[in-house]
Design a protein around this ligand. Structure first.
Ligand code: HEM
Length: 153
């Protein structure tokens, strides 16, 4: 990929901010947050709905589709874990998932750079609403994770 992102140093303070705000968000309704996050994506980029097979094949309105929350939560949780790993290991690792597989999956479903950017924007808006002042650390953790996934495709 031509958009390889250089790994930047991730400070202890940034890690602490991401983890702290995630813990604060977890106490609220994370399902609601996740849903809001994805509805925001589709508001900005309605065509992104077509990427998800379970949305394409469903007659249920998007906001009522029960399959939407898990991917939304995954992005939240993995961005948070990315922050921890960036600080500890200096690079992104994706826990139970394999980066190569994740890269291949998103490539297969035609998820492009622009989708990652829109998703970042929606994620940061959601976080800003839930826990203001936490945006920059989340942005950095998200960028590194998204780049790691796209570099594998
Ligand atoms: C699938 C994570 C960004 C669309 C998945 C899966 C994971 C994941 C863990 C499941 C893979 C599997 O089951 O093997 C992430 C993370 C992201 C990200 C951590 C950001 C850093 C995006 C974006 C889009 C997207 C930006 C599009 C707007 C999809 C689609 C699938 C998928 C369409 C397949 C779902 C299906 O079965 O229909 N993602 N994702 N992802 N992701 Fe993402």
């Amino acid at each position: 990929s031509s958009r390889r992102l250089k790994v930047r140093a991730f400070s202890e303070e940034q890690e602490a901010l991401v983890v702290k705000s995630w813990n604060a968000m977890k106490k609220k309704n994370t399902g609601e947050l996740g849903l809001k996050f994805f509805l925001r994506i589709f508001e900005i980029a309605p065509s992104a709905k077509k990427l998800f097979t379970f949305l394409k094949e469903s007659d249920v309105p998007v906001e009522q589709n029960p399959q939407l929350k898990p991917h939304a939560m995954t992005v939240f949780v993995m961005t948070c874990e990315s922050a921890v790993q960036l600080r500890k290991a200096g690079k992104v690792t994706v826990g139970e998932f394999n980066l190569k597989d994740l890269g291949a999956t998103h490539f297969k479903y035609s998820v492009h750079y622009e989708h990652f950017e829109v998703t970042k924007y929606a994620l940061l808006e959601t976080i800003e609403e839930a826990v203001p002042e936490m945006k920059i650390a989340w942005a950095e953790a998200y960028d590194q994770l998204a780049a790691a996934i796209q570099n594998e495709s």
